[in-house]
Design a protein around this ligand. Structure first.
Ligand code: NDP
Length: 300
């Protein structure tokens, strides 16, 4: 058996096209252009790449992109003042503070200073609570992208057994909430889980969000299950040349794709969906702020 590849790159392009279409109609009918502000503190190389790519794709879908680059030693009070200014700016509908922040900054305090209605990452405590109680919220981008792919593949998820490996606030926990919202029977596994292999073998849906290269082998996967690999791990690849690297997920793709019914690749799976969902969230926030109907299918 060879699994269907869930092509996140192609699906993300469709989501972005849908966002762009709606942005065009918002502009034409209401004269509104959604605006996304991204705040980057420090020089972290990976974060700089993410921020550049977010800015480029924001502009491509017709939104305004505002990037604020702050020095690595920016005092917390200055960062909070910038967020306050963005909260009060009617042209800004989404605010994203790129994580991780330098150690001297209190991440929770900073995130919770963002207006929840503009919290397009969905990390504000109010949005966490709204999602947990099944109310309308801003939904974290990576789990939202995973859910969209699962819905696209399965249609209804009702009654399916789902295992989420990882219990972080940004992926594992919100992913579990979303699956529960779609009436899956959800197990959250983590580093203390006993007999993880046995837990995974029972699942119709496996979401791996651990950060350990290829830790889930094919013989843990129930035949025909759907595997969503969130992990992004960079490994040395001397076979590609000196200093070269390659990306792998948390799932051993070769063995898992021989057993699973469907699987996301790394790269080209969950990663592109995350940025597409950031744009979708910015559009959703803009529609809500202006009392305009939200597009269908871009949030839960
Ligand atoms: P965290 O490090 O915050 O969480 C990892 C989770 O994995 C923890 O809950 C931890 O358990 C669990 N874990 C660690 N070791 C094991 C183990 N041996 N068995 C079972 N569970 C284990 O990571 P994130 O959630 O932030 O990210 C997870 C992965 O997803 C990373 O590779 C990250 O790069 C990637 N990622 C990808 C994104 C994308 O767009 N594709 C976006 C965000 C993240 P415990 O709580 O007990 O320590």
């Amino acid at each position: 058996m060879s699994a269907e590849i869930l092509d996140g790159k192609a699906f993300a392009a469709k989501v972005r096209a849908k966002v762009a279409d709606h942005v065009g109609r918002l502009k034409a009918a209401h004269g509104i252009t959604p605006g996304l502000a991204v705040v980057l503190v420090g020089e972290d190389a990976a974060s700089q790449v993410y921020v550049r790519s977010k800015g480029k794709l924001t502009v491509e879908v017709g939104m305004n992109s505002h990037t604020h680059k702050l020095d690595v030693d920016t005092p917390e009070v200055d960062l909070l003042a910038l967020i306050k200014q963005l909260n009060n700016d009617a042209d800004i509908h989404g605010i994203l503070v790129q994580l991780p922040l330098p150690k001297h900054l209190n991440e929770a305090l900073v995130i919770n200073s963002i207006d929840p209605a503009k919290d397009v990452d969905g990390f504000h405590i109010s949005n966490v609570g709204l999602l947990g109680t099944g109310q309308k919220s801003m939904v974290p981008c990576t789990p939202l992208g995973c859910l969209m792919m699962l819905r696209e593949h399965h249609g209804s998820l009702s009654g399916l057994d789902a295992v989420v490996i990882g219990r972080s606030n940004i992926v594992g926990k919100p992913m579990a909430q979303l699956l529960l919202g779609d009436s899956c029977t959800v197990t959250i596994a983590h580093s203390r889980t006993r007999d993880l292999a046995d837990v995974v073998r029972r699942a119709d849906i496996v979401v791996a969000a651990v950060g350990r290269p290829e830790m889930v082998p094919g013989d843990w996967i129930k035949p025909g299950a759907t595997v969503i690999d969130v992990g992004i791990n960079r490994l040395d690849a001397p076979e590609r040349g000196i200093g070269k690297t390659r990306l792998v997920g948390d799932v051993d793709f070769a063995s898992a794709s021989a057993v699973a019914g469907a699987i996301t690749p790394v790269p080209g799976g969950v990663g592109p969906m995350t940025i597409a969902c950031l744009l979708a969230n910015t559009l959703t926030a803009c529609c809500r702020a202006n009392g305009v109907a939200e597009p269908e299918g871009l949030t839960v």
